[in-house]
Design a protein around this ligand. Structure first.
Ligand code: HDE
Length: 703
């Protein structure tokens, strides 16, 4: 850590003022007599207090709450045909800084909320900084940047009372949405479990817009950027999300930090969807419309490299808070398109950063500085450090014409010479008005459980909306997406279902529109890649956090061996007991008062007669188990640990708890007499599957 103080050094060990004067006393202000007033001579007091008074800078208007990490991007290569970008060449390693964020909440809001997540990456390439400023959802609410202030005003807390915090579940957001059908595809994503990521390492990232790749010959291909986590995607369930927000507001931030500290590095592959220019009009969507995906089954992903996040920031403010991303920070080989949302962003980021970071020199803050020399004639302004030399203009002869222009062959950035023509207008292209097709595609691609979660999310969100007319308008949009969706949502929010005749009219209208505008083009009906469940490999337990429930008298050999086994698999384990202390040589990591079931991915109840006897009497333990069951996470019992299950609300559901039966195993409740190979294999499988949705009876569990 370069900027750590070295207090062993004579020059550094004393507290000083900002002028370097050594401080002799910092606990009492200078005063006239022990009981007298403070006096102005006390420069140390005034300097210290003034600095403190100015500590806060404006938080980001969106994406205020962020968590970040350093890492490395290693390119696989093989893309020279498409792009000349140097950081994508085979074997190239590039330092990166990634900031994840929630969008709506204030800087101090909770991580576990229903929201889009920002996924912004700064590549410090050898051609200057390249920023891929993406989200964890591949589409957006609106099609044109000019609507962004309205969207953000609508979703943020309402202006008169600044409520609710970090939530879209209120009238102004759904009022806006009900009048903006272009948002319907994004709404499907936001209502889905994608909006509740378990971890930043278990979610995808997307560049959202269509960009261009440019090769050495200047040929252009369209491209969409994806980040695919090497772990399975995983999300919370909604009840859990709300509880986590209270139990540990920093859940995702802590998870990122702790995983990196323990060497369990988050990893993602950068994948590209590449489309030749001549295929621009081949599909049933406009590639300039940021509310549309290119289904992966139609335009396959090409792997470009791997990113590993392996170092936590040294200082939150210096790095995570002051980092400034911009979709216009490009390198040769990557260029823009006319997507009107992207074009709007190109203006907004620099503009907001001038305010947030206090002037035009924020590229000199180390986290924002490219790892390439910066040479130009810009000068002065707040906080400027880099003014040197006698010549600050171009062209010049006095500095031999330097800094001079770089031809493309020397890495000079040349914009793609796209022909542009047209009349000035405020209209959108016709294809942008297909608001529902891909919302339907998303809905159709979900599993039954995923659909149910979308419906329940809509019940919550719209259930918080007080104006009935807003709920009704949203249901009508849903009817254009899918009648089952509309009816199920209506049923939970007190809206009368639309008559079949009305639904037929709406759907016919949509079908006719689609036929007309996309005639002869390829249209996807189903895209399994959209479903987190269908994409699940369930092949690893890396990153899972397990709570080991034990009391005095627990078999400590079991606990020790279990912990070691979990850690060897890259998982985390904590011993949870009713009180802190020592269980015959095993440290208790958390007491029931400092933790909760929602903070674990699974629990294990270990053997030990006395331990079980104590747990059976403990309501906290029983609640813990019930809740884990309800949230469909795996439960393992060892030896007499199984007896405990019969004390929980699961008791009526348990057919045979002496040796968990087959059907229990299918539901992710596994048991074993000892921690033998057979048990560990069963448990590893259950933990890798993660959520066991087939627990039909979970709804009867009171937790
Ligand atoms: Fe942003 N967005 N955005 N955005 N955005 C900001 O820039 C904006 C959009 C995204 O960790 C702001 O420096 C407009 C899409 C991320 O520092 C601001 C529009 C996507 C981050 C801004 C969009 C994003 C931001 C606030 C519509 C996904 C956090 C502070 C035209 C591709 C970056 C700042 C970080 C931040 C404007 C839409 C991603 C106000 C006008 C689409 C990840 O400039």
């Amino acid at each position: 850590m370069d900027n750590e103080h070295n207090y062993n050094n004579e020059e550094e060990k004393y507290l000083t003022t900002n002028q370097g004067q050594r401080v002799n006393h910092t606990d009492d202000g200078l005063r006239a007599g022990q009981r007298g007033p403070l006096i102005m001579d006390d420069h140390h007091f005034r300097e210290k207090m003034t600095h403190f008074d100015h500590e806060r800078i404006p938080e980001r208007v969106v994406h205020a709450r962020g968590s970040a990490a350093h890492g490395i991007f290693e390119a696989y290569g093989g893309l020279e045909k498409y792009t000349k970008a140097s950081f994508l060449k085979a074997g190239k390693s590039t330092d990166v800084f990634v900031r994840f964020s929630t969008v709506v909440g204030f800087r101090g809001s909770a991580d576990a909320v229903r929201d889009v997540r920002g996924f912004a990456t700064k590549f410090y390439t050898d051609e200057g900084n390249y920023d891929l400023v993406g989200n964890n959802m591949p589409v957006f609410f609106i099609q044109d940047g000019i609507k962004f202030p309205d969207l953000v005003h609508a979703i943020k807390p309402e202006p008169h009372n600044e409520m609710p915090q970090a939530s879209a579940a209120h009238d102004s957001f759904w009022d806006f949405i009900s009048l903006m059908p272009e948002s319907m595809h994004m709404i499907m994503w936001v209502l889905s479990d994608r909006a509740l990521p378990r971890s930043y390492s278990t979610m995808e990232g997307f560049g959202v817009h269509t960009f261009r790749l440019i090769n050495e010959e200047g040929k252009s291909h369209f491209v969409k950027f994806h980040w695919k986590p090497t772990k399975d995607m995983a999300s919370f369930v909604w009840d859990e999300t709300q509880k986590i927000a209270g139990k540990d507001a920093d859940f995702n931030r802590r998870d990122l930090w702790e995983s990196i500290e323990m060497g369990n590095y988050p990893e993602y592959e950068l994948c590209l969807q590449i489309l030749p220019e001549e295929d621009e009009h081949k599909f049933g969507f406009d590639i300039l419309d940021a509310t549309k995906i290119w289904p992966e089954e139609m335009v396959p992903l090409v792997k470009a490299g791997k990113m590993t996040l392996n170092r936590n920031p040294d200082n939150f403010f210096n790095e995570t808070e002051q980092v400034a991303f911009h979709p216009g920070h490009l390198v040769p080989g990557i260029d823009l398109t006319n997507d009107p949302l992207l074009q709007g962003r190109l203006f907004s980021y620099l503009d907001t950063q001038l305010l947030r970071l206090g002037g035009p020199n924020f590229a000199e803050i180390p986290i924002n500085s490219p790892k390439k020399p910066v040479n130009n004639n810009q000068q002065e302004g707040f906080h400027r450090r880099g003014n040197t030399g006698k010549v600050n203009y171009f062209p010049n002869s006095r500095a031999t014409g330097c800094p001079m222009m770089a031809p493309a062959s020397e890495g000079g950035y040349v914009h793609y010479p796209e022909p542009v023509s047209g009349v000035k207008t405020r209209e959108r292209s016709e294809g942008f008005k297909d608001f529902y097709s891909q919302a339907t595609l998303f809905w159709n691609s979900m599993t039954a459980v995923e659909k149910q979660h979308i419906v329940e999310a809509a019940w919550f969100e719209l259930g918080k909306v007080t104006e009935m007319a807003i709920r009704e308008r949203v249901v009508e949009h849903f009817a254009r997406i899918d009648s089952d969706l509309a009816n199920r949502v209506a049923g939970g929010i007190g809206v009368a279902p639309l008559s079949p005749d009305k639904v037929e009219v709406l759907q016919k209208e949509q079908a006719e529109f689609v036929d007309r505008i996309w005639k002869g083009r390829l249209i996807a009906k189903d895209s399994p890649a959209l479903s987190m469940e269908k994409m699940k490999k369930a092949d690893s337990i890396q990153g899972r956090k397990v709570g080991i429930l034990a009391e005095n008298g627990a078999n400590t050999a079991t606990i020790k061996a279990l912990k070691e086994w979990l850690i060897s698999k890259g998982a985390m384990a904590e011993v949870v007991a009713s009180k802190f202390g020592d269980l015959d040589g095993i440290k208790v990591d958390k007491s029931y008062i400092t933790t909760a079931s929602v903070l674990y991915d699974s629990i294990v109840i270990v053997d030990g007669e006395d331990s079980i006897a104590r747990q059976v009497e403990n309501g906290e333990t029983i609640h813990f188990i019930n809740e884990v069951y309800k949230h469909c996470k795996s439960i393992a019992t060892i030896g007499k640990g199984q007896k405990l299950l019969s004390q929980t609300a699961l008791k009526n559901l348990i057919t045979a708890y002496e040796g968990a039966s087959e059907s229990w195993e299918e539901k992710g409740v596994v048991g074993g007499e000892t921690l033998d190979k057979g048990f560990l294999e069963k448990y590893e499988k259950a933990l890798a599957v993660y959520r066991h949705w087939q627990r039909g009876a979970k709804d009867t569990v009171p937790a």
